[in-house]
Design a protein. Structure first.
Length: 371
């Protein structure tokens, strides 16, 4: 029976992925209802405030629910009143008697477990089916509700000899169009895009979602600018399609800050560490703004600081078949690194994907355990 459970849970996961990047600050959840070995209804959570996946699937069943029907859902049904009523009540009222769950809800702020409530109401519950896949789908949500800190994804594009740009800062384009389209899909799935002021001064980027079909929300732009050097004519200050947050040091004069403020531009004054803005404190403050996941796109100074502070949760590194052939290009990260290879940061759970001649390497940092 476990094999059948996994087949249908994979279909529920397929539904859940349709909501990635659209359910902020909720998790992406999918559900299917199975009758006699056939899926008779599907559903996924489209955005916060709308029906959850279980209710969408229940509403799509033609006719009445039968006692032998089975509901598969990637995340434990909620048992509390939020923007919508509890899904556990909807399940019980529907007549469903069998529920299969991928993973339990890790949110410590949710009182009353959905599984326990269903069992007390004579619902047969099986949980832990494809649990790791379900957790991977909502890895950002899990970290956020557990720590209050956003899940941080680092993205970089490198030549074969390890540079993100030439000595003059030219980087357009290291990777091909398919790789760049994938990056825009990543942008569409996060709450914020973070870059250092060097990237803004060099490239004057928009940091918006393009290259993706259909209307997409633009993530919030976060510019780490310790001394507030950003020019008034920067795209990120003048494009009103999304919010821009400037993270600056405590000593930046209020007069300078006030001159840049607009309806879509805000400033976070951050405490300082030895090497600049206290990035961990910045992450905590962004978490208080309900930013669940953030994509760090550069530059080298910011990337180096984020790596050394162990703030990166996942890496997406593109390698393109180009060679600069010199030693003065711009690397992925700047700053003081380890003195031996043994001390270097390893990635785990590594996977590979090709975009024509480009290679994407993605995985999770295996940070050494603190003694």
């Amino acid at each position: 029976m476990k094999g059948n459970h996994e087949i249908y849970m994979r279909e529920a996961l397929r539904e859940a992925r349709k909501g990635l990047g659209k359910t902020h600050p909720n998790p992406a959840v999918g559900a299917v209802i199975v009758r006699n070995g056939h899926i008779i209804a599907r559903g996924y959570h489209k955005r916060a405030g709308t029906d959850h996946a279980e209710l969408v699937a229940i509403k799509r069943v033609k006719g009445r629910i039968k006692p032998t029907d089975v509901l598969y859902v990637t995340l434990e049904p909620c048992n509390h009143y939020g923007r919508t009523p509890p899904c556990t009540h909807a399940i019980i009222n529907s007549g469903i008697k069998n529920v299969v769950i991928g993973m339990k809800d890790p949110n410590p702020g949710v009182k009353g477990g959905g599984v326990e409530f269903l069992k007390r109401n004579n619902i047969r519950v099986t949980s832990g089916i494809l649990e790791q896949e379900c957790k991977r789908l909502n890895e950002a949500y899990i970290k956020f509700v557990s720590t209050g800190i956003p899940f941080i994804v680092a993205k970089s594009a490198l030549t074969l000899d390890g540079f993100t740009a030439t000595r003059n800062g030219d980087s357009k384009w290291i990777t091909n169009e398919k790789s760049r389209a994938f990056v825009h899909r990543l942008r569409a799935q996060v709450d914020g895009i973070m870059v250092g002021i060097g990237t803004v001064l060099k490239d004057n980027p928009l940091l918006t979602v393009r290259m993706v079909r259909g209307s997409q929300k633009n993530p919030v732009r976060i510019i780490v600018d310790t001394h507030l050097k950003i020019p008034h004519n920067s795209e990120v200050l003048n494009d009103e399609s999304t919010e821009t947050i400037l993270a600056v040091g405590q000593r930046v004069p209020d007069k300078r800050i006030d001159s840049l403020k607009k309806d879509h531009v805000s400033v976070i004054k951050c405490p300082m560490s030895r090497n600049g803005i206290d990035l961990l404190e910045l992450m905590k403050r962004l978490g208080k703004r309900e930013m669940v996941n953030i994509l760090v796109e550069g530059g080298a100074t910011l990337m180096g600081s984020m790596i050394r502070e162990r703030l990166i949760d996942k890496f997406y590194i593109f390698k393109a078949p180009r060679v600069l052939g010199g030693s003065d290009g711009i690397p992925l990260a700047k700053g003081r690194g380890p003195s031996t290879i043994e001390e270097s940061l390893r990635l785990k759970d590594v996977r590979f994907r090709r975009f024509d001649q480009d290679m994407l390497i993605y995985g999770y940092p295996d940070y050494p355990q603190s003694e």
